[in-house]
Design a protein around this ligand. Structure first.
Ligand code: PGA
Length: 263
């Protein structure tokens, strides 16, 4: 991992924990981070609760100045108006969200979000000063048919071609076959795709963007495999699903620079 990019460990809670549970969870998380002398200068940690929890978690973070960033799991492509069920980036910004996840494979599958939708959502995020975390990744069938890089590179290219240069974005490489399967990619596999994604950023948005953009790996990340990914030059953090719902696991992941054994 390049030292100039501060690693980001992002906890995607998905549709888990209601607002009361989220309060108890974040309190425990804050204690555990403190107890383990977590250093926020070294690693950035962000949580992505369901929309209904955001206000509760924001209040906790602000009241106690917790070393956590807040993000949402999705954002509307519209800022206001007749869009029943959508959540505006304006509202997310007002809740002190820093990040929004865009194009998670579960949304691509469940809500038919294609590259065009993802592009509009990334634009909505940027318009509202939210940093989009754009998820890209291939399915098992894609992997068999095209190899690992083609689909994620195509997904990234579609969005970056329509987004203004110079805006901060985070990219998350999440092979769909690795999500929730317990079968993570190997650090070698992940590094190869992440390096190709960085080359794509370079060719579309230039060297500075390629140098500064953080590229995360996601898919069955846990405390036992995190260090292997973060040792790699082009992997700057992780998007963590299941393991982000276990306080001890998530804290151990966030403290990856202190792991003695790396795999
Ligand atoms: P997982 O999920 O860590 O449970 O595999 C990752 C994700 O979907 O972002």
């Amino acid at each position: 991992m390049a030292t100039t990019r501060r690693p980001l460990i992002a906890g995607n809670w998905k549709m888990n924990l209601d607002h009361l549970q989220s309060i108890a969870f974040v309190q425990k998380l804050a204690w555990a981070l403190k107890d383990k002398k977590f250093n926020e200068q070294e690693v950035e940690v962000a949580v992505f609760p369901p929309f209904t929890d955001l206000r509760s978690v924001q209040t906790l973070i602000n009241a106690d100045d917790l070393p956590l960033q807040l993000g949402a799991q999705d954002v509307s492509m519209h800022d206001e108006g007749a869009h029943t069920g959508d959540v505006s980036g304006v509202f997310l910004k007002a809740l002190d969200c820093q990040y929004v996840i865009v194009g998670h494979s579960e949304r691509r599958a469940d809500h038919h979000e294609d590259d065009e939708v993802c592009t509009s959502k990334v634009q909505a995020a940027l318009r509202n000063n939210l940093v989009p975390i754009l998820c890209v990744g291939e399915t098992a069938e894609d992997l068999e048919q095209y190899g690992a890089s083609k689909v994620p590179v195509d997904q990234l290219t579609a969005v970056l071609s329509s987004v203004k240069k110079g805006a901060e974005m985070v990219i998350a490489y999440e092979p769909v076959w690795a999500i929730g399967s317990g079968q993570a990619a190997t650090p070698d596999q992940a590094e190869e795709v992440c390096a190709t994604l960085r080359d794509t950023i370079r060719s579309l948005h230039g060297d500075e963007a390629a140098q500064s953009t953080r590229i995360l790996y996601g898919g069955s990340v846990k405390s036992g495999n995190i260090a292997g990914f973060l040792k790699r030059e082009n992997i700057d953090g992780a998007l963590v699903g299941g393991a982000s719902l276990d306080v001890d696991e998530f804290v151990a992941i966030a403290r990856f620079p202190h792991h003695v054994s790396v795999d």
